[in-house]
Design a protein around this ligand. Structure first.
Ligand code: NIG
Ligand code: FE
Length: 419
């Protein structure tokens, strides 16, 4: 049995208590449940007690000598950050396209002439399982160093069966071998492969009749995602793909209204998606439909930043009652970063979210976007002992002082993994 951990006397301990059953919306997104001079007792990988330092010190007075004590005075303690949308497992990189975009080429032009997602697909196909594992393992190390303890990971750089399976198997192995938890999403519908360019419906049929049933049968993923975008998959094709996933127990997610308005937010509400992601061009009608159905809006302001586009209207979504989460979208084309804290700063400055709202968005609401709200995302008794300590005195300073990694200590499953 490993040693208990007693994190003591944080200047602010963000608990987000009472948020396990459903994502937080509207004003509740600002209720962080902060305890000043807060402490937390972790044992057997689980949170055992949360409260004022003096209360916990009394409660555990006979066991203080056995525990590892971490002094968090002057520091901010939060739930381990959760990244609910990444394309973690991929081969190669695309800095040449970055350079082309700086000279005026657009993201879609590059993709439609065989680059973009197709370029990463070629590089991912060419990489061995072992190579993909090593590169992604290193990315997970970087996530962890930025305070992230759980990430979602999508396939979609194969679009042929073998490569999709390779990506999902690598993600499964990463979940086993790396301390960061990795939650898997099948995204065979990431682009239409060039062999199917003249007949995209045939590729949709392959996804629906062949790949989705096998992904479900082999237990390769929990979620099923589609890039619903003009020139990629239409709303009707997306609906068919997501409905097929549902029949096999895969929960729908959707890349919606990223580049052009396409009623993707409306579709997310209609199919009962757990989240709709991107939403730069989402309509007000779509936002309202998401709010009504409780679809989490996973916003990716790093992608807008990197594509030099206007961010999603996070402020409006929160005001309309959409539960908002934040994510890096870590991928080699539109957001090559692992810094969720930087994304939180963009959430404030590009989407007018408040510092309190972005904390909620990167913890409990992110957990709900991947169906983990009961296990992680808040510091409550019985939840996983995933905790991040930042070298700042209060939660506002975490976003205010940007471009700096403030992570001090990370505890994952009750073990100190970064210090
Ligand atoms: O979420 N929009 C589609 N998919 C990814 C980008 C993938 C890529 O460019 O490699 C995204 O932005
Ligand atoms: Fe994405």
């Amino acid at each position: 049995m490993s040693k208990s951990i007693f994190i003591r006397n944080a200047s602010q301990l963000v608990t987000l208590q009472g948020s396990s059953n459903a994502p937080l919306v509207k004003e509740a997104m600002s209720e962080l449940g902060i305890i000043e001079n807060g402490s937390i007792w972790l044992e057997d990988g689980v949170i055992q007690a949360v409260g004022l330092d003096e209360e916990l010190a009394l409660m555990y007075k006979d066991r203080l000598g056995d525990a590892e004590i971490i002094d968090a005075s002057g520091k901010l303690v939060t739930p381990g950050l959760v990244d609910p949308h990444t394309h973690l497992v991929f081969g190669g990189s695309r800095e040449q396209e970055f350079n082309m975009r700086l000279q005026g080429a657009t993201y879609m032009e590059i993709m439609n002439t065989g680059g973009g997602i197709h370029s990463t697909t070629r590089q991912t196909k060419a990489a061995t399982h072992e190579e993909l594992f090593q590169e992604s393992y290193e990315r997970l190390n970087q996530f962890l160093l930025h305070g992230v303890t759980t990430v979602e990971a999508k396939s979609g750089y194969g679009m042929d069966w073998d490569t999709e399976v390779k990506q999902l198997e690598v993600a499964r192995q990463l979940n086993e071998k790396h301390v960061v938890d990795v939650v898997r999403t099948f995204m065979g519908a990431h682009a239409v492969p060039k062999e199917y360019k003249e007949n995209p419906d045939e590729f949709v049929r392959v996804l629906i009749e062949e790949m989705i049933p096998k992904v479900a049968e082999m237990g390769l993923a929990e979620f099923n995602d589609v890039f619903c975008e003009k020139g990629v998959f239409t709303p009707e094709q997306s609906r068919q793909i997501l409905e097929a996933g549902k029949r096999y127990g895969l929960t729908p997610k959707i890349h919606a209204d990223e580049i052009e308005p396409y009623e993707g937010a409306e579709l997310a509400a209609e199919v009962g998606a757990i989240s709709a992601d991107h939403l730069l061009k989402a309509s007000e009608k779509g936002m309202k439909a998401m709010a009504e159905k409780g679809v989490v809006g996973v916003l990716l302001p790093g992608t807008a930043y990197f594509l030099m586009a206007e961010s999603a209207n996070g402020r409006k979504m929160i005001d309309l009652g959409v539960p908002v989460a934040l994510s890096t979208d870590c991928n080699p084309g539109s957001s090559p970063t692992v810094s969720l804290p930087f994304i939180m700063n963009l959430g404030c400055l590009k989407m007018r979210m408040t510092p309190a709202e972005v904390i909620t968005a990167a913890t409990i609401n992110a957990a709900h976007a991947i169906n983990r709200g009961r296990e992680i995302g808040s510091l409550e008794v019985g939840k996983k002992a995933d905790v991040t300590i930042f070298k700042v005195e209060n939660y506002m300073k975490l976003q205010y002082s940007y471009g700096v990694n403030h992570t001090h200590t990370v505890v994952k499953n009750g073990q100190v993994v970064v210090r």
